[in-house]
Design a protein around this ligand. Structure first.
Ligand code: BDP
Length: 648
């Protein structure tokens, strides 16, 4: 590794191989739990020093950040890149520093029976956290939450305020997920001193910062640490298997109640593990597959324990959807019925905030998904915010939950170090998302170089590990490799394949699409006899560009490509094709290159979420598909026709 990479990374290397500890239940309020959100303005400084290490040399975490130099106001959650006017900050690679003073309620700092936890929804890519100058956590990976128990620190003095400092490094190396490389260019005739670039092999801007909510929450010191729920169906009876992990005490009682949407207890149990049986259960159905989709029960867990200080109780309520998922040679089944994915690939991406979580944006996106008649999306190409997954549960939008394994194309990224990290990321992802009924499949990677020799062992291991972590869901990875050369395909449950006919080759030749796509489907199916999802297809269109007959980059061309794909999809979905996901839901930011016009324009909506012509085409198609394939009950069909914007 080039010395400069070490400089850019710094303490990143301390923490390789951190073991996964404890549960990662989403912090919810309950009679025993409180939360305090730390969204808003934080103090911020990027470390522009040559080795990017001044912050550590001068220990910026020791005293308030304003005392070690000038600071900016930085909104959280947000990427730091696009909120200012500074080109250097937009493209910054290295350590940035965030800081926030927090005043905690007195009870939190004085009641020793209270556990105070700091939770960071996501910090891209590597983070080190201090509270009042004391190191409390480190985390690698930009898309999954991490926590630190800060009770001792905040309960040790008379102060009820604390200073939270978070240093974040966005450098990507061959062993990070996603991987990248740092290239130093040293020709003094061409590049200024210290010039280096971050190269990546993925097609989205490497936004960085505190992208998701940061909060402090409490639990009692004896507390419900984790819950795992899996569900099944036996005729009309719903089966809810639960397992509960408790921390802080060996002696405790657990009571478990399952409540329906009216608040009625429909099943109950005791102890840390068991099965609840729900007669005449309302199943969790995807949007457009049932007249009451997305039915959620509430699993109320009540913990009581005796401690030296007296009786302690903890309460946690988990939404539970009862549903099954299965895969046959040619079908994807939800609740035993064939399910056809008609949806989108997304990105967490928007103007100004970059990858920062934003409620209005989230609600807008779900409005558009429902308008479109989309029943599914893939979290391309990394895990999305927990709040997104919760809405999928509530609206019945089915999710293929993807890891940040995107752009794995270098041989160095297939070594043991990368593999170990990939396994850990899958553990973190499954731990976080295992209880979401909307999640029906894990995707361990997108378009890796799965033809390289070590890829076979690598994917065999990652997929087997993921299945061991969660035997209740199928596993895939998304390929664009030729069916003969793909070393990972034997291990997946569903073949997810991306293609860009008449876009990245045969430019403008729409007439090749049907032949090439049909041939590809046949080859994959003949070789593997597994269901296939067209996990990406599309074409770029710059909103407002019109050309007829169609020409690349016009709205007409984007529509025409889609129409050609749909002809083949309509033939093959009767056989073994089980889904189609357009690339992409909306235009999104990428690195600068002559191939990209202020980002990738393959959205059917603009980055501002306004429809291009292709959005109307897809809307018509998705509602038609819903009416044709999704309704298993005649009463539903009439209701759907009523609600459908189209009359078929
Ligand atoms: C696919 C990638 C996706 C890209 C897309 C494209 O999976 O991330 O954005 O190509 O080129 O191969 O638009």
């Amino acid at each position: 590794m080039h010395a400069g990479v070490w400089a850019a990374l710094g303490p990143l290397l301390w923490a390789c191989g951190l073991a996964l500890q404890g549960g990662m239940l989403y912090p919810r309020e309950s009679p025993s739990r409180e939360r305090k959100e730390l969204d808003g303005l934080w103090s911020f400084r990027a470390d522009f020093s040559e080795n990017r290490h001044q912050g550590f040399e001068q220990q910026w975490y020791r005293t308030p950040l304003r005392e070690s130099g000038p600071t900016l106001d930085m909104p959280v959650p947000s990427s730091f890149n696009d909120v200012g006017q500074d080109r250097q900050l937009r493209n910054f690679v290295g350590w940035v520093w965030y800081e926030r003073e927090v005043t905690l309620p007195q009870r939190w700092t004085q009641d020793l029976g209270t556990r105070v936890v700091l939770r960071i929804g996501s910090a891209h890519y590597y983070a080190i956290v201090w509270v009042n100058g004391v190191h409390v956590a480190e985390h690698e990976g930009g898309h999954l939450p991490f926590e630190a128990d800060i009770s001792k620190l905040v309960q040790s003095g008379p102060l009820s305020s604390c200073r939270i400092t978070i240093a974040i490094n966005n450098t990507l190396t061959p062993h990070t997920l996603p991987p990248g490389t740092i290239l130093h260019k040293t020709d003094p005739a061409m590049y200024p001193k210290g010039y280096f670039v971050q190269n990546t092999n993925f097609d989205f801007f490497n936004y960085a910062g505190l992208h998701r909510p940061v909060l402090v929450y409490t639990t009692p010191t004896t507390y419900i640490d984790d819950i795992t729920v899996t569900t099944g169906v036996d005729q009309d009876t719903g089966l809810v298997d639960y397992q509960i992990f408790v921390q802080g005490n060996e002696y405790f009682q657990l009571e478990v109640y399952l409540l329906d949407q009216e608040g009625k207890v429909v099943a109950q149990g005791t102890g840390g593990r068991g099965q609840l049986q729900v007669p005449n259960a309302h199943l969790w159905w995807p949007y457009l597959m049932h007249e009451h989709p997305a039915y959620l029960y509430s699993l109320e867990v009540r913990l009581t324990a005796q401690t030296a200080a007296g009786a302690v109780s903890d309460f946690y309520t988990l939404p539970v959807g009862i549903r099954t998922v299965a895969v046959t040679e040619h079908q994807f089944l939800i609740n035993g019925k064939p399910f056809y994915f008609h949806g989108v690939n997304k990105h967490e991406d928007a103007d100004i905030r970059g990858k920062g979580f934003d409620w209005p944006l989230l609600v807008k996106d779900f409005s558009l998904l429902r308008w479109l008649g989309a029943n599914a999306f893939r979290t391309s190409h990394y895990p999305y915010a927990e709040e997104v997954m919760q809405l999928c549960d509530r609206y019945g939008i089915v999710v293929i939950d993807e890891s940040p394994g995107v752009g794995i194309v270098l041989v160095q990224s297939y070594g043991n170090e990368s593999l170990q990290h990939h396994l850990e990321v899958m553990e973190e992802l499954v731990r976080r998302d295992k209880n979401h009924p909307a999640v029906v499949m894990w995707s361990v990677a997108n378009e890796p170089a799965s033809f390289l020799k070590p890829a076979g062992y690598y994917f065999k291991t990652v997929i087997a590990h993921t299945k061991a972590l969660d035997p209740s869901r199928p596993v895939t990875f998304v390929t664009n490799t030729n069916y003969e050369a793909d070393l990972g395909a034997p291990y997946v449950d569903v073949i997810c394949v991306n293609s860009y006919y008449s876009w990245y080759h045969d430019y403008g030749h729409l007439e090749v699409i049907q032949l090439q796509l049909a041939t590809e489907f046949e080859n994959w199916y003949r070789t593997y006899q597994k269901p296939i999802i067209q996990s990406e297809y599309g074409a770029a269109a710059i909103a407002g560009f019109h050309q007829d007959p169609p020409v690349m980059f016009s709205e007409e061309y984007q529509k025409a490509v889609l129409e050609q794909y749909h002809l083949v999809l309509d033939q093959r979905r009767k056989d073994y094709v089980v889904g189609e996901l357009i690339w992409n839901f909306a235009d999104f930011m990428t690195n600068q290159s002559p191939q990209r016009v202020i980002g990738n324009k393959k959205g059917i909506f603009t980055r501002q979420r306004q429809p291009k012509a292709a959005a109307f085409l897809l809307r018509e198609r998705y509602w038609k598909l819903a009416n044709e394939t999704m309704y298993h009950q005649s009463s539903m069909k009439s209701r759907c026709l009523e609600n459908s914007p189209f009359n078929f």
